[in-house]
Write a protein that binds this ligand. Structure first.
Ligand SMILES: O=C(O)c1ccccc1N[C@@H]1O[C@H](COP(=O)(O)O)[C@@H](O)[C@H]1O
Length: 218
């Protein structure tokens, strides 16, 4: 199984640590055995990294799945970072429609679509994207993600059960203390964590990362 297939495999829970801003932190995540890292290219994020400062992602090729987070961004930047060998997967974490994802489908670039959940109705278009995985997060108007807020995990569990062919990633307010419950309640392909694994925005906390790994590998 490739690194990519393992990450999206629904039979085990993988870990993605999001909002990484420094190579040294990324290397530590690799050493700990984290499956994927996210780098946030949304300029308003507290964890923003400018694309021109992301060349270090090239050193991590093959060592960890590298995911770029974008919010309502023109597809050109994301596609260029993939073509330059700096990203493996694109994460669309804004109000993108299935049509907005067409450039990624056409280019054969794997992408995750994030959906902020208020009610089950927010999932009406979820299967129209052609995404490699669906990331379910708390609804966060204006800030889109990284809030540390949870949502009703029953919605995620029932969506996963009804869509066995579509890997579900769970995000929103996951911390070491609730990670095992999140993994057991939803059985997602992966947990995705930003604020629950950091000392301050963009600076990762490796004690928390270790505790998260222990919690999901029960
Ligand atoms: O982390 C951010 O700042 C962010 C900003 C805009 C969109 C997505 C963002 N991060 C994603 O948010 C979720 C959950 O974060 P948290 O664990 O609740 O803090 C996660 O999917 C990140 O990839």
């Amino acid at each position: 199984m490739t690194q990519f297939e393992r990450f999206f495999d629904p039979s085990t829970v993988s870990l993605k640590i999001c909002g990484v801003t420094r190579l040294a932190d990324a290397e530590q995540l690799v050493a700990l055995g984290v499956d994927a890292l996210g780098v946030n290219f949304w300029p308003k994020s507290k964890r923003y990294l400018a694309p021109e400062k992301a060349a270090w992602l090239g050193f991590l090729r093959g060592k960890i799945l590298r995911v770029g987070v974008f919010v309502n961004e023109n597809s050109d930047t994301a596609l260029r970072l993939v073509q330059d060998g700096l990203l493996d997967v694109v994460q669309l974490h804004g109000d993108e429609s299935p049509a907005d994802a067409k450039p990624f489908r056409d280019a054969g670039v794997p992408f995750i679509k994030a959906i902020g959940i208020k009610t089950r109705d927010d999932l009406a278009l979820a299967t129209d994207y052609g995404a490699a995985g669906l990331l379910l997060d708390a609804h966060a108007p204006g800030v889109y993600g990284g809030t540390g807020e949870t949502f009703d995990w029953d919605v995620a569990r029932s969506f996963r059960e009804q869509n066995p062919g579509l890997p579900v990633l769970l995000a929103g307010g996951i911390v070491p203390e609730n990670a095992a419950l999140a993994a057991q309640s939803v059985s997602p392909a992966a947990l995705d964590i930003a604020s629950g694994a950091e000392i301050s925005p963009g600076i990762k906390d490796f004690q928390k990362v270790t505790a998260l790994l222990t919690a999901i590998r029960f």
